[in-house]
Design a protein around this ligand. Structure first.
Ligand SMILES: Nc1ncnc2c1ncn2[C@@H]1O[C@H](COP(=O)(O)OP(=O)(O)OP(=O)(O)O)[C@@H](O)[C@H]1O
Length: 919
């Protein structure tokens, strides 16, 4: 039988090995020995995560075992107690003994030991301890604080056992256990019954106060304190407790440059600082270590969140001023572009009747009510609807003259009404509650001293390789990355480090290293190194922070946490638009949700509307349920979330019309921005009968901008650019996200109008430059790690995480409440190009308002569809049709894109003549 080829080869291959065996005896033994050593390496075993997982599992099981045994003891102690007491230690080994405890003899013995001989009912606390240890080890992170739990358990065991023993002195069941009983007896002997009760009460109350810090207030009216003032006690408290840890860097005596090897080890530093690095409750000391032997100083900084308040108010002050200046500019620009049309004439004549009289040679004396243009036959006269009287000549009222008008209104009693309250439309509306959000993992920043030490050494050694010596190194541990700040030794040029950026990153050999040389305003060089254990920043933490709760921003958005763990909460209204880019799967959608959710938590449906554009169709669809509360859409559209490109173009143009209309309203009201306008409206200074209304903010969100540009190009870019340039003052803000941050998508026009930009991880440095005008976004590590360019500086943030089920819960919470009858309606828009396709019009087809529209256009000498729409209070469709007919009739010239059409007839008289010929 032939041997199969493979078997043959194996046989051949084995032979030389066998032959060589005696020769290689020694090495084989060595190898064997080494293997054995490895198996006995306890250190390695202790470092192996599997070991800890096993210990975690055992600990969890112990906790469950104890719990069942204890609970069972409560019911079976009577039967089992004698058996345990009689046999004591031998009880466990005595197989004859039958017990009732669910966990058998062991259960009975252990629960007897803990409850009877130990701490009574309080022994249940032991279960929590093992549970906490087990969970932490199993999940490999600090889900619960073991140290804090240990404190609770110790304190609880003592207090609870004594209290139970005190209140049940003669009970047969050992409520307080033997330990509780002993302490209780001693206390009663020492303090008497009353003293013991008082002591227990004081201890219990102190614990509650310490834990929950309840506010005891006299029922008096609290004076209104400005926010800044509220902040002081916080800082004061911090000072008092000596816990103010995040302020100015510690001044280190000038030290000569030292070799990197002289740098003291981080462990030495712990020793010096009495192990203060292992702080509990999130307060980890900033371990400033003075230079023992003139060595560089390593400092670990974790900043307090509470101090955000102070910065928030500074932020406010800084932001408000530029905003107003910008607003002025915008209004001026808009006034240049916009029609310089009087505001009052048209209103007076809306509804006027057109009379055409026979020609007369001489100018005639006019009756008071009539305005007559007598120059040429025939005359065109407008008779205003009664009762208002019209003075000749007609005057254009400016915004300054408004008070007189307002006074009239006041006389009519309108202004005497109480201030308008926009939220009354939906007075029962409840803002989403914080419980709808979840905490994702432990919010505690995990600091691994060994990791810090290793990174520090690696940085120092790497720099040393390039002959760069340093004076001081400090670390700030953030949720995703740790920032190592380096002060180079005197004489080291920063440009040198900057040039070595890539080499240093390579030498540190970790993904996501970013070098900031120098950190603006700090005079240090920053190296951001990703943490091994990253912390998820939950949206819940941000939204429940005081900074967010007290924020006075118009549109507060909580984006994430900075490296120093400060919550990054900004005002979208001052941004005023936001561009987001990042490769797929890096956290854009989560980021968009975080922004939308922040706004939903802070705004009433009457104050805010979203226009949601989602070409991907699935990302924003969850919000469709809040259509009647928070969404805006085009009239006649079924779906409020826009997915179709054609509809996107119409919506964007409708927003442009809304913008124009709003500017008109602002102009008439003499307000410079939406805030001023709404304030006036609320104070009843603007009459709704004249078209005034409370203006909600509109936030336009585009989830995949690249897709739109690819399919519609300029048609999308133009309205977006126009909105971005002009819409900030009238409360329309844009958030645009894109996966492909290339220059043909994020064009110069777009970029120029989006000063605030967010970059999630991108695939190349070029993309990063396209978004931020700087590199760095390609070095990010994904999962919400982001850079935001805001107010001229680039900040690294960990984006807040909000999961889709959380968003669904919030949306459901809102949609379950009473909403408006329909979504907020945007003005109607019809593509003028499509109307043009209509061609000539038959005179019989002419719109009944054709002549009125012609007169309006000729009087104003502006060929604009939106003018017809506004003045004649028509929908955009009809206004567009009218404009088309006017063009066909030769009253106006062809469409000139964003510019108004040329008006071919210059005077009313010419128009009249012309109309005569037409008919
Ligand atoms: N801030 C965050 N914190 C933690 N994990 C995050 C965060 N943001 C995103 N992730 C993780 O990254 C995944 C992808 O995020 P997301 O869906 O937002 O990406 P994307 O950029 O919108 O992708 P695409 O462009 O393909 O829609 C999420 O499912 C989540 O697991």
């Amino acid at each position: 039988m032939p041997v199969p080829e493979e078997t043959e080869k194996e046989v051949k291959a084995e032979k030389p090995q066998k032959a060589a065996r005696p020769k290689s005896k020694a090495p084989a033994e060595e190898k064997f020995k080494k293997d054995r050593e490895e198996t006995l390496d306890f250190k390695k075993l202790a470092r192996d995560e599997r070991t800890w997982k096993i210990i975690g599992t055992v600990s969890l099981l112990i906790s469950i075992f104890l719990f069942i045994a204890f609970i069972s003891y409560f019911f079976t102690w009577k039967e089992d107690q004698d058996k345990v007491l009689n046999n004591d230690a031998g009880f466990l080994g005595d197989n004859e003994v039958r017990v009732s405890n669910l966990l058998g003899r062991l259960g009975a013995y252990i629960s007897h030991f803990f409850i009877y001989r130990g701490f009574g009912i309080a022994s249940l606390l032991f279960c929590t301890f093992f549970f906490v240890v087990g969970i932490n080890l199993l999940f490999e992170r600090k889900v619960f604080s073991i140290w804090r739990n240990l404190k609770y358990v110790t304190f609880g065991l003592l207090i609870a056992s004594v209290t139970f023993a005190f209140i049940s002195p003669s009970a047969a069941f050992p409520f307080g256990g033997r330990v509780g009983g002993m302490i209780n007896n001693w206390l009663i002997n020492f303090l008497g019954h009353f003293g013991t009760a008082a002591l227990l009460l004081v201890v219990g109350a102190s614990y509650l106060i310490w834990q929950f810090n309840p506010k005891f207030k006299m029922p008096e009216r609290k004076p209104v304190i400005p926010r800044e003032e509220i902040e002081f006690p916080l800082e004061e408290e911090l000072k008092e407790e000596g816990e103010k840890r995040n302020t100015a860097p510690v001044i280190v005596p000038a030290t000569p440059a030292v070799a990197a090897t002289d740098v003291p080890s981080i462990n030495d530093m712990y020793a010096e600082k009495g192990n203060s690095l292992k702080g509990e409750g999130g307060l980890i000391a900033d371990n400033v270590v003075t230079d023992k032997e003139n060595g560089p100083v390593f400092e670990i900084i974790e900043r307090q969140e509470e101090l955000e308040l102070e910065e928030a108010s500074e932020e406010l002050e800084l932001e408000e001023l530029p905003e107003e200046e910008e607003m002025e500019e915008v209004i001026e620009e808009e006034e240049d572009v916009e029609l310089e049309v009087e505001s009052s004439i048209e209103e007076k004549y809306s509804g006027a009747t057109l009379f055409i009289e026979q020609p007369k040679e001489e100018p005639v004396a006019m009756p008071e009510e009539e305005v007559v243009y007598p120059t040429l036959p025939p005359k065109v006269a407008f008779v205003p609807p009664p009762p208002p009287s019209v003075d000749l000549p007609l005057e254009i009222k400016s915004a300054e003259e408004k008070p007189a008008e307002e006074k009239d209104e006041r006389e009519k009693g309108y202004a005497d009404l109480p201030p308008y309250e926009p939220t009354l439309d939906l007075r029962d509306y409840k803002y989403p509650v914080i419980e709808l959000l979840e905490t994702h993992g432990s919010e505690k920043i995990v600091q691994d001293p060994a990791e810090l030490e290793a990174n520090k050494n690696q940085i120092i050694n790497t720099l040393k390789n390039y002959d760069i010596t340093i004076q001081k190194i400090s670390a700030t541990v953030g949720p995703t990355v740790t920032l190592y700040e380096i002060v180079p030794a005197a004489g080291v040029r920063i440009s040198r480090i900057k040039n070595l950026e890539d080499d240093i990153a390579l030498s540190l050999a970790a993904l996501g290293i970013r070098i900031i040389a120098p950190i603006p305003g700090r005079g240090t060089i920053g190296i951001e190194v990703p943490n091994v254990k990253k912390t998820v920043v939950s949206m819940k933490t941000l939204l429940s922070s005081e900074k967010f709760a007290n924020s006075a921003h118009s549109l507060p958005i909580a984006i994430g946490k900075k490296i120093d763990n400060e919550n990054f909460i900004v005002d979208l209204a001052t941004m005023p638009h936001l561009l987001m880019a990042g490769a797929t799967g890096q956290g854009k959608s989560v980021g968009l949700n975080a922004i939308l959710v922040s706004l939903l938590y802070k705004k009433h449906p009457s104050q805010l509307k979203f226009v949601l554009i989602d070409p991907k169709k699935v990302e924003l669809s969850v919000y469709r349920h809040i259509e009647r509360h928070f969404l805006a859409k085009l009239p006649g559209e079924e779906d409020a979330i826009i997915t179709d490109t054609k509809k996107v173009i119409n919506t964007l143009n409708a927003l442009c019309i809304e913008m124009d209309n709003r500017y008109d309203l602002l102009k008439e009201a003499g307000a410079r921005n939406i805030k001023e306008y709404n304030e006036k409206f609320v104070k009843r200074k603007l009459n709704p009968q004249k078209g005034h209304q409370y203006l909600p903010f509109i936030v336009l969100v585009v989830d995949e901008f690249a897709d739109l540009i690819m399919t519609a190009g300029k048609e999308v870019e133009m309205p977006i650019a126009r909105l971005a340039q002009l819409a900030r003052a009238i409360g329309i803000h844009l958030i645009i996200a894109t996966q492909r941050p290339s220059v043909n998508i994020i064009t110069g026009t777009i970029k120029a109008n989006f000063p605030a930009r967010i970059a999630f991880k991108v695939s190349s440095k070029i993309d990063s430059r396209t978004i931020l005008d700087a590199g760095g976004a390609e070095q990010l590590i994904g999962k919400g790690d982001m850079l935001i360019s805001y107010n001229g500086e680039i900040v690294r943030l960990q984006c807040a995480f909000v999961d889709t089920p959380e968003v669904e819960k919030i949306v459901e919470f809102i949609s379950d409440q009473r909403g408006y009858a329909q979504a907020f309606m945007l003005p109607e828009y019809v593509d003028e190009k499509e109307l043009e396709k209509g061609g000539d019009f038959d005179s019989s087809d002419r719109d009944p308002l054709f002549e009125e529209a012609a007169r309006l256009i000729v009087q104003n000498q502006v060929g604009s569809t939106s003018l017809i729409q506004r003045r004649m209070k028509l929908g955009y469709n009809r206004a567009g049709r009218l404009m088309d007919q006017l063009e066909a009739a030769g009253v106006v010239g062809p469409n000139q894109g964003s510019k108004a059409r040329e008006v071919l007839i210059k005077t009313d008289a010419d128009l009249f003549e012309y109309l005569q010929t037409l008919s």
